[in-house]
Design a protein around this ligand. Structure first.
Ligand code: MN
Length: 525
């Protein structure tokens, strides 16, 4: 590793360590393998001449918003997905997941990577410039400790990249990106550069503007917002509060959501997620043995083999995950009919398992822990995952429930699920989890009634109206669905509020008006 210690000679190939050379050659094969260049507009993996120590930071709104830092080295771009983006505050270490080498042409790439493709989502060039390594970058990269200065438009000063987990080339190779304390540094009181600067250096457009011109996942904005506001998390999945030592159960009956009319308000006590339209599935992981179990505990592993295989690759010793297997349509919305189609005729390549709860992990039963704690542990467990893949962390939205329902409905989604953040995992249907549907609701007004022909002192049918532009319009009668008890109670209530004048703005059609008694319940409150 001492080879090329004189930095003047470091540029020459013969002075490089053998491992650095090995990595440099053929390292674009992973990049190539992950992409279908007949679909994505990303550059093909062709080797071109190096132009020195350039760097780029690309803002990438994939499944989760992140910033890709790429440094030119050995004729390729070495890359890190900085999950929360670079911070100018020296104390704010940012998790940076090492990614595959990219070709040099990638330095200028921005555009919309089609949904379903690796890294599907919108990407802009957020910063570009030169990076100046301190010491020998090959040796430092190999030992997992790079110190360098950035001369970009937005990022300047001295930075460190430090490997904290995994060996070079490991799937789970994790680094931290942190700022040195110098004149380019900021304090946590200063504005966040990621909020100050949101546009592309190349086109001046924001992610949203660029996305608006192309294909984009509809639930992106909401998910991106979560990523941006993501709560601080520790690096290690240390003991979750409320977790107990326990054994991995064969099956846990899933928690189910109660249907409610209105989504709960209050951001802190409730976590929300978009209702997925697929198969609820529990994943039981015990070493290499993966089982996918339905709501009733049926073993459907064989039906969802690609998901089981992807879970196996994660190499989690033992866990019980709760989630939903879906297939997404072109717009990124889960579609049950597409899922069935894929089950019937497809190869299962489109299956995605969204995991939203963690019931057991490596000897610890987490069911007694609060949802917020389970969620944090799950997030950590999934931090290594590629942004787009068969297994994904289904993040929660901390916005007000009512606002979310409105947004979800506008995006054509079915419903949202809201969960109490401070509650343990309870099997069966309870009110810790509630579902609010997107329905086009209209308020109907009881304007009068017809007496029952069958029994005295009972209502036969109700005369209904709706308000349109402040006027009550008759819309017909409702005469079924109530028991004799209800018919009697309604009669009692409605006779007590009888009135002479018609509440309707227009006359009720004659055929409908015979024997109708009008009530003052139709007065607008
Ligand atoms: Mn990326």
């Amino acid at each position: 590793m001492a080879a090329g210690s004189s930095s003047m000679k470091a540029r020459k190939a013969p002075s490089r360590s053998r491992s650095a050379k090995k990595r440099a050659s053929g390292s674009l094969s992973t990049y190539r393998a992950k992409r279908d260049f007949s679909i994505t507009s990303e550059p093909k993996a062709k080797r071109v001449k190096s132009q020195g120590n350039r760097f780029v930071v690309q803002k990438h709104d994939a499944r989760r918003l992140h910033y890709d830092l790429r440094l030119e080295l050995d004729g390729v771009l070495k890359g890190w997905a900085v999950t929360r983006g670079p911070s100018l505050v020296p104390s704010e270490k940012r998790l940076s997941v090492h990614t595959e080498d990219h070709p040099l042409q990638y330095i200028d790439f921005e555009g919309v990577i089609p949904a379903g493709q690796y890294g599907g989502g919108t990407m802009i060039v957020w910063d570009q410039g030169r990076w100046i390594p301190e010491g020998d970058p090959h040796a430092d990269y190999a030992r997992g400790r790079l110190t360098f200065s950035l001369e970009g438009e937005r990022l300047k000063g001295k930075w460190h990249l430090v490997r904290t987990r995994g060996k070079p080339g490991d799937k789970n190779e994790q680094w931290l990106l942190l700022k040195s304390d110098d004149e380019a540094a900021r304090t946590s009181e200063d504005p966040d550069i990621l909020e100050e600067e949101t546009t592309s250096l190349k086109s001046g457009r924001t992610i949203e503007e660029l996305a608006a011109q192309g294909d984009i996942r509809v639930d992106h904005a909401a998910r991106a917002k979560v990523a941006r506001s993501g709560s601080e998390r520790s690096r290690r999945p240390s003991k979750v509060k409320g977790a107990k030592n326990g054994i991995l159960l064969p099956f846990v009956e899933p928690a189910l959501a109660q249907l409610v009319e209105n989504a709960p308000r209050g951001g802190n006590n409730w976590l929300h997620e978009i209702k997925l339209d697929g198969y609820r599935m529990q994943a039981r992981i015990e070493g290499g043995d993966i089982k996918l179990l339905t709501r009733k505990g049926l073993d459907w592993t064989a039906k969802f083999k690609p998901i089981a295989n992807a879970l196996k690759e994660m190499k989690i010793p033992s866990a019980l995950l709760d989630g939903e297997i879906v297939v997404e349509d072109e717009a990124g919305v889960s579609s049950f009919s597409a899922l069935q189609k894929e089950l019937k005729g497809g190869k299962g390549k489109r299956f995605v398992y969204y995991v939203f709860d963690l019931l057991y992990l490596d000897g610890e039963d987490l069911r007694k822990a609060a949802l917020a704690g389970r969620n944090a542990a799950l997030r950590l467990l999934f931090d290594d995952l590629p942004q787009v893949g068969a297994i994904r962390f289904s993040d929660h939205l901390e916005e007000d429930g009512a606002t979310l329902v409105r947004h979800a409905c506008r995006m054509g989604l079915e419903a949202i699920i809201s969960k109490r953040a401070d509650q343990p995992y309870r099997s069966g249907r309870g009110d810790d989890w509630v579902k609010s549907k997107c329905t086009q609701r209209q308020e109907l007004v009881i304007a009068g009634y017809l007496p029952s022909t069958a029994s005295k002192k009972a209502v036969g049918s109700l005369v209904m109206g709706v308000y349109e532009a402040g006027k009550l319009i008759p819309v017909g009668r409702v005469g079924t669905g109530f028991t004799s008890e209800v018919a009697g109670a309604l009669y009692k209530t409605l006779t007590s509020i009888e009135m002479k004048a018609s509440p309707f703005a227009s006359k009720i059609p004659v055929l409908q008006s015979t024997n109708v008694t009008l009530t003052s319940s139709s007065k607008k409150a």
